[in-house]
Write a protein that binds this ligand. Structure first.
Ligand SMILES: N[C@@H](CCC(=O)N[C@@H](CS)C(=O)NCC(=O)O)C(=O)O
Length: 239
């Protein structure tokens, strides 16, 4: 989204997590933790979505995605941190409802366990192994949903007056977009119905109609069936 917002020409190098491309030796050379995304610019690999976004804004001309007012910029970064803190809750839901079912469609548990052991990131090793062993309980998922609802409540307050998270469209909106898209894909977009959280509802309608969002979510799933493969087709995704 950041590249598109800045009108930067870019080339996709698709890394298929469902074929374990992230663990290939040639990929580990540019992403030692075996994670996506990575931005390669002028031969330099840049890691971490939040840092990649800041880099894109600083390195390229085009509309500024960080407010020039220091206070608004601080508010923006606070919000990006809030999104990242919510990462665990969304990862757990995604793991149980999307990633594990899709991996199991393609591979047996023996292969999955072998691949888990190859992951350099302890966080990902732990979450994948717990998921395979069926240890992420309904109670734990309910806690994750409660965390996500608290995040959405915070967002509803922050979006007053709106339409964006700070005083202009910024990296805060871009950082939040994939989390919200994923929640919609997991069928959790009822939490921002027009009745439930009207400002979040208006924000999602505004961000999802930006051309940069459309490019970002029409990413090819070269492995095949996308979300539909495991029966996830939320209304908002079909629209
Ligand atoms: N904090 C990192 C998170 C990177 C991350 O964990 N990416 C996940 C996909 S969203 C991944 O590459 N997973 C690889 C795996 O599960 O093996 C960022 O924002 O860039």
């Amino acid at each position: 989204m950041a590249l598109e917002e800045k009108n930067v020409a870019w080339t996709s190098r698709y890394v298929d997590l469902f074929k374990f491309d992230q663990l290939r030796p040639e990929y580990l050379k540019i992403s030692p933790d075996g994670v996506v995304p990575v931005l390669v610019h002028n031969g330099h690999a840049i890691h971490e979505s939040e840092i990649i976004n800041e880099y894109i804004d600083a390195a390229f001309p085009g509309p500024g995605l960080v407010p020039s007012d220091p206070l608004q910029a601080a508010r923006m970064r606070e919000f990006v941190k809030t999104c990242n803190d919510g990462f665990d809750a969304i990862v757990k839901l995604t793991m149980v409802k999307y990633i594990l079912p899709k991996l199991r469609n393609r591979w047996g548990d023996d292969v999955l366990r072998e691949q888990v052991a190859r992951r350099p990131s302890r966080f990902l090793r732990d979450i994948h192994s717990r998921a395979i062993r069926g240890e992420i309980s309904e109670a734990e998922l309910a806690e994750s949903l409660a965390d996500i609802k608290r995040l959405l409540d915070r967002l509803e307050t922050t979006l007053n007056p709106g339409p964006w998270i700070v005083n202009q469209f910024s990296l805060a909106d871009i950082s939040l977009a994939p989390f919200m898209f994923r929640l919609a894909a997991l069928g959790q977009d009822q939490f921002w119905s027009a009745d439930e959280r009207p400002r979040v509802n208006a924000w999602y309608a505004a961000i999802s109609s930006r051309p940069s969002f459309k490019v970002a979510v029409s990413w090819p799933d070269e492995g095949g069936g996308g979300y539909e493969e495991v029966g996830l087709t939320s209304q908002s995704l079909k629209e």
